[in-house]
Design a protein around this ligand. Structure first.
Ligand code: NAD
Length: 295
């Protein structure tokens, strides 16, 4: 399985495809925006003129696209890729999309004898560059095992969550929790500040107490409390508020399908949407601290 086609070389896809080239795979890639392929070609990757051109002689196809409609269109539309792929080909979709689209594409692939897994990632652009992403995979165990060595060239933690669609659901659960943790941490820190506490001292206290969480550990939302965080860089870089809102939208869809009650997720969504509507959509999601700070 040395020939890989990679579709979608944006902020995430480009460094992921480059890491595959570095690991010795022969990678042919396509993006609608030709300029996106510059770094990849400089790293030794091969440029394709179309998605169909990219998959010629590919044993594995990886996609990293914005949303479900792009994935459906790429694989399942009348001129979609599935019809072009040979029997036994492995398709890995790493885009963050709704589980239903992943299942639909997976069912169409199965009818054609093509293996399909959904494999969304956690770890952001820096994880993609450093090759330390977490892959959260949905699909048959045999397909998971087949994909694992390839995913290990781009990531550090490779999880099997269950059947097709489960990768997307697990990722959605994680990101909904992350939104709640970040908003809650910002809220507690701002209340402490308004009561005369030093945010660094309060962070240290909560870090060693029962409020300990990811935001306090490595992603403090208050400027100048923890070096290297987006908060110390005017909330540039990191994970955009707009992407968090996209993931919270996916969480709503999951909850609706299963009849799950998500009052905390809904509240976090209200906060992050209002924050985006105030012009902060492209800032890192820890900038939700400013929402409390400015109100
Ligand atoms: P991006 O917008 O930077 O890249 C998407 C790329 O796909 C673009 O270059 C676009 O031109 C290309 N594209 C769209 N339709 C195409 C098609 N039909 N054929 C070929 N190329 C096509 O987005 P990104 O930040 O790289 O994110 C990709 C996916 O990863 C999204 O689903 C996102 O939610 C998820 N994700 C992003 C991050 C992050 O921090 N950026 C983290 C985890 C997961």
């Amino acid at each position: 399985m040395n020939n890989i086609a990679f579709i979608g070389l944006g902020n995430m896809g480009s460094p992921m495809a480059i890491n595959l080239v570095k690991a010795g795979y022969r990678v042919k890639a396509f993006d609608l925006i030709t300029d996106s392929l510059k770094d990849f070609v400089a790293a030794g990757g091969e440029k394709a003129d179309s998605a169909i051109d990219a998959v010629r002689s590919a044993e594995v196809v990886i996609s990293m696209l914005p949303a479900g409609e792009h994935v459906y269109e790429l694989y399942n539309s009348d001129n979609g890729l599935l019809a072009q792929l040979p029997n036994g080909c492995l398709v890995i979709d790493s885009s963050t999309i709704d589980a239903n689209t992943a299942r639909q594409v997976g069912e169409s692939a199965a009818k054609l004898g093509i293996d399909f897994i959904d494999a969304p990632v956690s770890g952001g652009v820096s994880g993609a560059i450093q090759g330390t992403l977490s892959f959260i995979v949905g699909g048959e165990l045999g397909c998971f095992n087949r994909a694992k060595p390839i995913l290990e060239a781009m990531g550090k933690n490779i999880f099997h969550a269950g059947n097709i669609g489960s990768g997307q659901i697990a990722k959605t659960c994680n990101n909904m929790l992350l939104s709640v943790l970040m908003a809650g941490t910002a809220e507690a820190l701002q209340m402490g500040i308004e009561n005369g506490l030093d945010p660094k001292a309060l962070s240290d206290i909560m870090l060693k107490s029962s409020g300990r969480n990811f935001a306090l550990e490595i992603y403090n939302p208050v400027p100048n409390v923890m070096s290297g965080t987006p908060a110390c860089n005017n909330y540039k870089g990191g994970f955009m508020v707009d992407l968090m809102n996209k993931d919270l939208g996916l969480a709503f869809g999951v909850a609706q399908d299963s009849g799950s009650n998500i009052p905390m997720g809904k509240q976090a969504s209200v906060l992050f949407n209002e924050h985006a509507n105030n012009g902060n959509g492209r800032l890192d999601f820890s900038s939700i601290f400013q929402y409390y700070n400015n109100n």
